[in-house]
Write a protein that binds this ligand. Structure first.
Ligand SMILES: Cc1cc2nc3c(=O)[nH]c(=O)nc-3n(C[C@H](O)[C@H](O)[C@H](O)COP(=O)(O)OP(=O)(O)OC[C@H]3O[C@@H](n4cnc5c(N)ncnc54)[C@H](O)[C@@H]3O)c2cc1C
Length: 507
């Protein structure tokens, strides 16, 4: 049972043991924030992979188990079966592709008081991973991380959290914690829409259908007649799919004979080809195009036309009724990702304040962070279209201080009021992904609001500085380290990230 004072939440017991799920950037900075308070007896970070770094651990291998379509988290990413004979689960591979360079300049991307050193303005993934390893070393995190340890179930047990862990060697054990920070990332479970004809396309086996998560190198497109990038059905986020999609199209151009880019509403212009190490093979005489052909959203995939020989591949009809004359050989869906917490499947049952349902948003959270029903459970790093590292640092600094009893959290009624006002429509239905898709202005206001909350010890009435670059934004002092408000130069550079990237990388 939770206790509640008139206006502030009162935790039932002091929080001493904390579990952090995931050792990507968010899990690492969360561990640091918790340890920095000096108030917790034990902070354990569970990581299913062999190393820390999350998304930034590049793997040349791709996942072998992508479901297509993929539109419900608990169906495509089900909870683990927990019997002594269960084989250990294979961790999902990161969505990074070989050539990836960051989409944010590193001074904007880094944790607040831990700059990158001596790297290009838009570093490659190897440099980001190195940065994260150095961050973990500098803040003494290694001793707190348990590698090859997948959290497979989290259930409430007498006011605490029972965490079940499956090690890579198959050993299963349980441990109890007072609080849990979920930092499991959200670029692992692809969203692939149920488009008419897609199952037939996959079953036919003659067309390669994949999600951008599984793309690694452009050689897979060599000599392919047509490559389609499917339109984004969900709003794209700045980190990942929007950039990934354009990068994949651009990388496919020198290899595929023709690249079609299917874009909802025709709003995204075709990328301009840029010289790459592989561009020398572009040879118009061989029928290779140098620009992608932009088409509207796909209505359905068509079976091979009658009279075509066995092994034919089929084609595509778009929503404007046009049909591709040519056959398709590879289809890449860059359609985004689903939130998925298979280890919290018990929360999807009626009456339990569901968390993900269809994977589009996470429900019942106060300020995108605290699970209202029991704020000893927190989700760090959910907002989209943000610079994720600083955002998760602000969030975890707040959660750590709330759990340590240094900062106040409003009572359940107030948290619920905020949730209903900000996250639901008048009929009580979720407003969907748009409310967690921030963009610069909301991102700055949100981050600075969290910091104001930390500094004041209470959330207060206001929503925090508005992020317009006025004097409230740069309210800090250099000596405040990570406790500074976002600096004006940061806001400025963040707003120009796209132009800067084009200028520096030509991408
Ligand atoms: C293609 C791509 C490009 C991107 N480019 C940028 C960029 O340029 N700049 C930028 O700032 N961000 C970028 N991002 C966003 C990126 O996700 C964030 O930088 C960052 O990795 C988010 O950190 P995280 O810790 O929340 O998630 P992740 O990095 O995904 O880490 C989550 C960790 O949790 C672990 N985990 C998951 N489930 C369990 C479990 N049940 N038990 C134990 N461990 C578990 C995972 O193995 C993983 O290590 C990009 C993302 C993608 C996909």
């Amino acid at each position: 049972m939770t206790l509640e004072s008139a206006s502030h939440y009162v935790f039932e017991r002091p929080i001493r043991r904390v579990a952090v799920i995931g050792a990507g950037p968010t899990g690492l900075v969360s561990a640091r924030s918790l340890l920095d308070t000096g108030r917790f007896e034990d902070v354990v970070v569970f990581e299913r992979n062999e190393g820390i770094g999350g998304t930034w651990v590049y793997s040349p291998d791709r996942d072998t188990h992508t479901s297509i379509p993929s539109n419900h988290p608990l169906t495509v990413d089900p909870p683990a079966t927990l019997t002594s004979s269960s084989p250990p689960r294979t961790p999902t591979k990161s969505a990074l592709y070989a050539s990836l360079r960051t989409n944010l300049p590193h001074p904007v991307m880094c944790f607040r008081d831990d700059p990158f050193h001596a790297v290009a303005l838009f570093p490659g993934h190897g440099e980001v991973l190195q940065y994260l390893k150095e961050f973990a070393a500098r803040h003494g995190l290694a001793g707190h991380v348990r590698l090859r340890s997948e959290v497979v179930r989290i259930v409430r047990d007498s006011g605490r959290w029972s965490v079940t862990v499956m090690e890579a060697n198959g050993r299963i054990y349980k441990e109890t914690f007072d609080a849990v920070m979920i930092c499991n990332g959200h670029y692992y479970v692809p969203y692939v829409p149920e488009v008419e004809g897609i199952k037939r396309l996959v079953e036919g086996g003659t067309v390669e259908v994949m999600h951008s998560r599984d793309y690694r190198v452009p050689e897979i497109f060599r000599d392919k007649v047509d490559v389609i990038r499917f339109c984004a059905r969900l709003p794209c986020s700045l980190q990942g799919n929007a950039y990934s999609a354009s990068d994949i199209v651009r990388e496919a151009l020198p290899f595929a004979k023709r690249v079609y880019q299917s874009v909802r509403g025709h709003q995204i212009p075709a990328p301009t080809p840029t010289p790459t190490a592989t561009s020398t093979i572009v040879n118009p005489a061989q029928g290779i195009d140098s620009v992608a052909h932009v088409r509207p959203e796909i209505r359905r995939f068509l079976p091979p036309r009658e009279g075509y020989m066995r092994g034919s591949k089929g084609s595509v009809e778009f929503v404007d009724g046009t049909v591709l004359e040519e056959e398709v050989e590879v289809v890449v869906f860059a359609t985004g990702y689903l939130f998925s917490f298979p280890f919290l499947a018990d929360f999807e049952t009626p009456g339990s304040g569901p968390l993900v349902t269809d994977g589009v948003v996470v429900h019942n959270l106060y300020r995108h962070l605290f699970f209202i029903e029991d704020p000893t459970l927190c989700f760090v790093g959910l907002p989209r279209k943000v610079s994720p590292l600083p955002l998760s640092q602000f969030q975890s600094m707040l959660v750590a201080r709330v759990w340590a009893g240094l900062v106040k959290l409003p009572g359940v009624e107030e948290m619920r009021r905020w949730y209903e006002k900000e996250m639901l429509d008048e009929q009580g239905k979720t407003l969907g992904r748009k409310v967690i898709t921030f963009g610069l202005k909301i991102e700055v206001a949100y981050n600075n609001c969290l910091l104001q909350w930390i500094r004041n010890g209470d959330v207060g009435e206001g929503e925090g500085p508005d992020g317009n670059g006025d004097d409230k934004v740069d309210g800090g002092d250099k000596d405040d380290g990570e406790m500074r408000y976002l600096d004006n130069w940061w806001v400025d550079m963040r707003s120009k990230a796209l132009e800067l990237r084009k200028e520096v990388l030509g991408l």
